[in-house]
Design a protein around this ligand. Structure first.
Ligand code: PLP
Length: 346
C-alpha cells in the first residue's frame, strides 16, 4: 500500500512566481511570502527553488520561520519578518541576518536598545487595523527611520478588485510615505492584480505562488493521493459513517480511504458534494469525513483502485475550499504533517 501522498510541484511554484513577476514592471522586485511553512507546503524546499529561480527577498511571519528559510537559501537573499521585533528575538535576528518589519514606535526603541546595528523595515497601517504603525505614530518616527530598508503596508480587500477600500488604502499609503526615500511595498497577490499603481518598488505574493485564488491563471501546485484500505458491499437502505448520515439508495460498493480531517480534509468536505477521483473518473464522498478515514461510493467503477485523488487537475484547491465553505489559504495551511511529501522539480 502506498502512503497518503501530498505531491508538491516546485516547478509550478516557480512558474507562478515568474507569471506574477511578469505582471509588474521590470523595475519592481517580486519577492516571495513563505510564512506558515510556505503555506503548508514546506518553506525550505519552496524558498530554495525560488531562490534558484532568482527570488532575492522572502517574507515570513515569525523569526523562527526566518531561521528555517535562512538555512534553505544561504546568506544572499533578504528575509523580512512581518511580526517585527517581538519578545527577545533581536539576537536570533542578528545571528540569522533577518530583517524585522517594525510595527510600532516601541519596537523601534527596542531595536535601538537591543540591536542598534540590525537592518530593519517598517510596517504602517493604512486601513486594515491589524498590524503596523498608525498615522499619528508614524509621523512621530518618520524622521528617525532614515536607515530603514523597506516600508510596507497590507491591503484588506485586494481580492475584491471593486472594493472602495483598495483605492482608499492606496491613497493613504501614498500620503503617509510621500517624500520618504525608502523602498515601498503595498501589494500581495491580490494587489499585484489591481495594476501598476499598487506595485511600488516591491510586491509580496504568497497564495498565488501556491496556485490558488485570487490568482486565477495560476498553474496548479499540489496533488493529494490517498490509498484505498478497504472496500465493502452494502444493501440499499444501509447507512455509512458517523451519525448514519448517508443512506444507500441502491446496493452499493463503498471504499474506505486512509486520510481524514486530521490531514486537513475537513469535515465540511463531506457535505460539499466533493468527488474523489480514480484516474479520470469521479466518485462521490459519502457519509461524514472521520479523523483518519473517508468513505467513497465506488459502485460505478469496474475495478477497485489502489488509490484515489481528492486534489488534482480535475478538482483544484479553490474548488475544494469553496465546497467546504472556506478559502484556499486555509486548506493549504491545514494539510498537516502526516503526508508523505513528494517534491517534484525545483
Ligand atoms: C500573508 C501576507 C502576504 C501574502 O499575501 P497573499 O494574499 O498570500 O499573496 C503579503 N503581505 C503580508 C503583510 C501578509 O501578511
Amino acid at each position: 500500500m502506498t502512503a497518503t501522498t501530498l505531491s508538491i510541484d516546485l516547478n509550478a511554484i516557480v512558474a507562478n512566481w515568474r507569471a506574477l513577476d511578469a505582471l509588474s514592471a521590470a523595475t519592481v522586485e517580486t519577492s516571495a511570502v513563505v510564512k506558515a511553512d510556505g503555506y503548508g507546503l514546506g518553506a525550505g524546499p519552496v524558498a530554495a527553488a525560488l531562490a534558484k529561480a532568482g527570488a532575492r527577498s522572502f517574507f515570513v511571519a515569525l523569526a523562527e520561520e526566518g531561521v528555517a528559510v535562512r538555512k534553505a537559501v544561504g546568506n544572499a537573499p533578504a528575509i523580512y519578518v512581518f511580526s517585527g521585533l517581538v519578545q527577545n528575538d533581536a539576537l536570533l535576528m542578528r545571528d540569522y541576518n533577518l530583517i524585522p518589519l517594525l510595527n510600532s514606535a516601541k519596537q523601534l526603541v527596542k531595536l535601538r536598545m537591543q540591536a542598534p546595528d540590525l537592518a530593519y523595515g517598517v510596517q504602517i497601517d493604512t486601513g486594515m487595523s491589524r498590524l503596523g504603525m498608525e498615522l499619528s505614530e508614524f509621523i512621530m518616527v518618520r524622521d528617525k527611520i532614515a536607515k530603514a530598508d523597506l516600508i510596507i503596508s497590507h491591503l484588506a480587500c485586494a481580492d475584491e478588485p471593486d472594493h472602495a477600500q483598495n483605492a482608499q488604502q492606496l491613497h493613504n499609503f501614498n500620503a503617509m510615505t510621500r517624500g520618504v526615500s525608502i523602498r515601498r511595498s503595498l501589494s500581495a497577490t491580490g494587489g499585484i492584480l489591481l495594476g501598476a499603481d499598487y506595485h511600488f518598488d516591491l510586491v509580496r505574493p504568497g497564495i498565488g505562488l501556491y496556485g490558488a485564488a485570487p490568482f486565477k491563471d495560476a498553474t496548479p501546485v499540489i496533488n493529494i493521493s490517498i490509498p484505498v484500505i478497504q472496500t465493502r458491499k452494502i444493501a440499499a437502505g444501509q447507512t455509512v459513517g458517523y451519525a448514519a448520515l448517508w443512506t444507500a439508495k441502491r446496493p452499493s460498493k463503498i471504499a474506505t480511504l486512509a486520510a481524514g480531517y486530521a490531514d486537513g480534509l475537513i469535515r465540511a468536505m463531506g457535505d460539499g458534494g466533493l468527488m474523489v477521483w480514480a484516474g479520470n473518473t469521479p466518485c462521490p464522498i459519502v457519509g461524514r469525513v472521520s479523523m483518519d478515514l473517508i468513505t467513497v461510493d465506488i459502485t460505478d467503477l469496474d475495478r477497485v483502485p489502489d488509490h484515489m485523488e481528492i486534489i488534482n487537475a480535475h478538482q483544484g484547491v479553490d474548488h475544494v475550499a469553496k465546497a467546504a465553505g472556506t478559502i484556499g489559504y486555509e486548506i493549504l495551511t491545514s494539510l498537516g504533517a502526516r503526508y508523505k511529501r513528494d517534491y517534484r522539480g525545483g
